[in-house]
Design a protein around this ligand. Structure first.
Ligand SMILES: Cc1cc2nc3c(=O)[nH]c(=O)nc-3n(C[C@H](O)[C@H](O)[C@H](O)COP(=O)(O)OP(=O)(O)OC[C@H]3O[C@@H](n4cnc5c(N)ncnc54)[C@H](O)[C@@H]3O)c2cc1C
Length: 402
């Protein structure tokens, strides 16, 4: 019996995983990757250390038009399976607050073991091959690159998104899917910083240049048309364009999608979330009483970084500024500065059990190309591993119609 030919567009996290799974099922697998080497983005993850998954998998770590879609996929290839898979491949993981990283502290180790395993399973990894079109002719899939036409029984689109400056993420997968009749939920940057202006009267527009470079603990809440949508705590990075840091990354997709929909988007930053308003009032009072010789900025010394004090002391109401610093979001940073995209191939046109297209038989999707995005903490890679594994398995075993 002839082996099933599986062709994978994109040799990133989900594509490499899909290739290994399909090859383990006995398929003849080829990856087409337009970079000079596969897994380039994996090497940039987790500040070069690769937060490859997380021991906690709350449902709200995944977002999308239908975020529930993730659960059917995760059930088939859960975190435990991911850990087992990578352990077998040689990655010894260490746990940092739930996030799992390779002990080597090198993201490239993850790419390396995936490539070693793929090659040992006879997966052909063809680099410098940019896929320009995918179509079906007489029940055979044809995949066009600039110099060749490949044929396959099944195709997996694992092109990733258009996020990050890491080369390879050119968003061409959306066009390939669209040409095949799939709807694309408009891709927008996510896990990124937000451009802002102070939003209350009495605050100078130039205020933000004063706090640029500050890192401080706090809580940020995003309001869409006046309604609180999400709050996140952690280390905030204050910049001349606005605000960044992990808590801002986590809620950026809500802010950016709401701006796209024409909504009014505001942030309220609490620079001292560990105090209630009453406790803050009493606390500041006692500081004033303890050291009556200090002026207001001096009274805040030791509580906040100096640059932040300069900004807070220009506010018309100090206590309000500490607890509810108002920012008007004007834009997100662009795709190059985003870690992922929200949006992508519409999940209502994909079978969550198999990740096969509901429009075309033997066409599958994996990874960030699909309308699913995760929060920081290893969730985007977990989605890439789980969706890659499910797509690879089903692409290899589904009935071959030729
Ligand atoms: C700086 C940074 C840090 C991150 N850190 C983390 C982290 O620590 N943990 C985490 O969970 N997530 C992290 N992410 C997100 C995570 O890297 C991605 O979600 C994940 O890599 C997506 O996998 P993918 O397979 O869908 O896409 P990718 O890994 O982007 O792979 C897609 C591949 O397809 C190729 N390709 C695209 N179009 C074509 C075409 N037409 N022809 C041929 N090849 C094509 C691309 O070159 C690429 O190699 C980070 C992202 C960035 C940018």
């Amino acid at each position: 019996m002839n082996k099933k030919r599986v062709l994978i567009v994109g040799g990133g996290a989900s594509g490499l995983m899909a290739a290994i799974m399909a090859a383990r099922e006995g398929a003849e697998v080829t990856i087409l990757e337009h970079n000079e080497r596969p897994g380039k983005k994996i090497c940039a993850t987790g500040n070069g250390k690769c937060n490859l998954t997380n021991t906690e998998m709350p449902a709200d770590a995944f977002r999308g038009t239908d975020a529930e879609f993730v659960q059917d996929v995760l059930k088939q290839f859960p975190v435990a399976e991911t850990i087992r898979f990578f352990t077998e491949l040689g990655i010894y993981t260490v746990n940092k607050n739930g996030g799992l990283y390779p002990r080597s502290a090198q993201a490239s180790s993850v790419t390396d073991v995936l490539c070693m395993e793929a090659r040992s399973r006879k997966v052909k990894i063809k680099t410098n091959e940019h896929v320009t079109n995918v179509f079906r002719e007489q029940e055979i899939w044809k995949v066009l690159t600039e110099g060749w036409t490949y044929e396959a029984d099944s195709v997996i689109l694992a092109n990733g998104s258009c996020a990050s400056a890491v080369s390879g993420s050119d968003g061409s997968g959306y066009e390939l899917a669209q040409n095949l009749g799939h709807q694309i939920i408009k891709p927008l940057p996510a896990l990124t910083g937000l451009r802002c202006q102070p939003s209350a009267s009495g605050y100078s527009r130039k205020l933000l240049s004063l706090w640029a470079g500050v890192r401080t603990a706090g809580e940020v809440t995003v309001f869409v048309d006046g309604i609180p949508v999400s709050s996140q705590k952690g280390e905030l990075q204050l910049t001349d364009y606005g605000i960044s840091g992990i808590p801002v990354f986590q809620l950026s997709r809500y802010a950016i999608r709401a701006l796209e929909d024409g909504c009014d988007v505001k942030l309220s930053v609490n620079f001292l979330p560990e105090f209630s308003p009453e406790a803050l009032h009493a606390f500041l009072d006692s500081r004033r009483k303890n050291c009556p010789y200090k002026n207001e900025p001096e009274m805040l010394t030791g509580l906040f970084p100096d640059k932040l004090i300069k900004v807070l002391c220009q506010a018309p109401d100090l206590e309000k500024a500490i607890h509810e610093f108002p920012l008007h979001v004007t834009a997100g940073l662009d795709f190059k500065q985003a870690q992922v995209c929200s949006g992508g191939v519409d999940t209502s046109e994909i079978n969550p059990e198999t990740l096969e297209s509901r429009i075309h038989k033997n066409l599958f999707f994996a990874g960030e190309l699909i309308d699913i995005d995760g929060t920081c903490g290893g969730y985007n890679l977990q989605w890439a591993w789980s969706s890659g594994a499910v797509a690879g398995l089903h692409a290899a075993v589904t009935h071959c119609s030729i």
